[in-house]
Write a protein that binds this ligand. Structure first.
Ligand SMILES: [Zn+2]
Length: 182
């Protein structure tokens, strides 16, 4: 079972856990298990966490969920002649972009030791360029910027919201454990 500390480090921005728990000693960290933390999450948020750690089935479930989201968006905005395959490509691309955008050098934390990561300039992530997304969606770049970019960004932002939500649940869980274990 992954420790909460590792999970926190992998998601970045949660490094306060170590300093918050100094009064409880190092052993406290190993007693906290991820399962407890996941209980507060919705199914697609749990899938996001598992997909983040490379679980392909969780990733497929997440993509299926997002395909439905894209489908709803297409219906609401009355997109014309949209194929399911296109909605699936949008969903898959958004998931891959979020999961892959992390800087490999610093694992998305923005730091190498105590210095800012020089690969990503300390941001911890980078978005894929428009041409790359256009290729993923199998549309030409001008069509992408004219029609698909705004649509794709809606789906991308939806995945980003899942990520934010997961991170805030992790932070809340850290705070709660710090109180319980103090
Ligand atoms: Zn970096």
């Amino acid at each position: 079972m992954m420790g909460i500390e590792r999970l926190a480090v992998m998601f970045g921005g949660c490094s306060s856990y170590r300093s918050d728990s100094r009064s409880t000693g190092g052993d406290a960290l190993s007693r906290v298990e991820v399962a407890g933390m996941l209980t507060g999450m919705r199914p697609h948020e749990v899938d996001f966490v598992y997909a983040f750690f490379g679980d392909k089935e969780a990733e497929l479930r997440l993509v299926a969920h997002l395909s439905l989201v894209a489908h709803e968006l297409a219906k609401r905005e009355a997109w014309k002649a949209i194929e399911d395959a296109m909605l699936e490509r949008m969903a898959y691309s958004a998931v891959r972009e979020i999961l892959d955008k992390r800087c490999k050098a610093c694992k998305g934390t923005g730091f190498k030791g105590i210095k800012a990561c020089c690969q990503c300039g300390g941001i911890g992530m980078s978005r894929i360029k428009d041409n790359g997304i256009a290729r993923w969606l199998q549309v030409d770049p001008s069509n992408y910027s004219r029609v698909w970019k705004r649509r794709y960004d809606c789906v991308f932002v939806y995945v980003q919201d899942i990520e934010f939500s997961v991170k805030s649940i992790i932070r809340r869980s850290e705070g709660r454990d710090a109180i319980l274990l103090a």
